[in-house]
Write a protein that binds this ligand. Structure first.
Ligand code: ADP
Ligand code: MG
Length: 307
């Protein structure tokens, strides 16, 4: 495109909340043939709320013995989880702490706390040693997650993010949080698919939750990449691009920055972090997935003007 056409395109885009990081980006956007969406905060609002608290009894202990005592009270499970999560800024942690607060529960003191990216948290509290997170977190700590399998599966099929709560080496319960799919997500996916773009969803969330959300927005099962660790997102983009596909990666989080860089075009969505915006070629100020279409349309229009 001529510098003048590029300037016009960029100005129109900016007025629509679509910021291109330079004129060459405006030209490269139209080369894209696949769009990869991060799930949380991109396709969904990213505002988690606590939906379920379940107590699990008779859990197997890390040392192989069985716990004889009956299942704890649900309020105890929530108090244990919320106390341990009180030092975390993860959206899931905030949902748990808010949920406990709304139920008027007292939180225990925390003496140590560690964040395990993509898995959960480990904390020592007045309740004891606590883990809150996914199966991988428990397994890595020698705690058997199996007693909660049925409960986890049921909640995950509902599209919720279910988290195991372990206390002193045994599962004591499950807490779940859910997010709302953004209003324009489904229409955007079907519009992109209709125009011939291959649409993918990428998430650190487990396979069942991912499948439920993908189904809600109309993304094909085979195009879902779940349980991706923060460091693995760029690798997933690379693998999608391995056959020459040019991917646009749309994400919002700190974790997403390497994936945005790996993609042919990296798009940071609105409410995202500064880190994501720095790594991005395009920023969508309105946090609306439909603006992906706007960016593509403006790019194509700008090009065709000079042809
Ligand atoms: P996403 O890719 O959706 O942003 P993350 O990579 O942050 O997800 O987390 C992946 C998974 O790890 C979550 O679905 C959850 O099971 C677990 N997890 C991460 N952080 C926490 C936390 N603070 N508390 C409980 N579980 C967590
Ligand atoms: Mg995220």
């Amino acid at each position: 495109a001529t510098p003048a056409a590029t300037m016009v395109g960029s100005t129109i885009a900016a007025r629509n909340g679509v910021l291109f990081e330079g004129g060459d980006v405006l030209e490269r956007v139209r080369e894209v043939d696949a769009v990869v969406f991060d799930k949380t905060g991109t396709l969904t609002e990213g505002e988690m709320r606590l939906t379920d608290v379940e107590a699990i009894g008779g859990a197997a202990r890390a040392d192989g013995g069985a716990v004889a005592e009956p299942a704890p009270e649900e309020s105890f499970v929530l108090s244990v989880a919320a106390s341990a999560e009180s030092g975390s800024e993860h959206p899931l942690a905030e949902a748990i702490v808010r949920g406990a607060d709304e139920r008027g529960l007292e939180l225990a003191d925390v003496t140590s706390f560690e964040n395990v990216p993509g898995k959960g948290i480990e904390a020592t509290t007045d309740h004891g040693d606590v883990l809150v997170g996914n199966r991988a977190l428990l397994t890595a700590n020698g705690v058997d997650p199996d007693p909660a399998d049925g409960t986890m599966a049921r909640l995950e099929r509902e599209g919720k993010t279910a988290m195991l709560v372990a206390l002193d080496g045994a599962v004591v319960g499950v807490v779940a949080a859910a997010d709302t799919v953004k209003e324009s997500a489904k229409a955007t996916v079907s519009d992109l698919t209709g125009r011939g773009y291959d649409v993918f969803m990428l998430t650190g969330d487990n396979a069942r939750t991912a499948a439920a959300v993908a189904e809600a927005v109309g993304i094909d099962d085979g195009n879902v990449r779940s349980e991706v660790l923060p460091d693995g997102k760029a690798d997933v983009v690379d693998s999608i691009q391995a056959d020459g596909t040019r991917a646009m990666m749309v994400g919002d989080g700190v974790n997403d920055a390497p994936a945005l860089t790996a993609a042919h075009i990296g798009v940071a969505i609105g409410s995202g972090t500064d880190v994501a915006m720095e790594a991005a070629d395009v920023t969508l100020m309105r946090s609306d997935p439909a603006d992906v279409l706007k960016a593509i349309r403006i790019s194509r229009a700008t090009i065709s003007k000079v042809r």
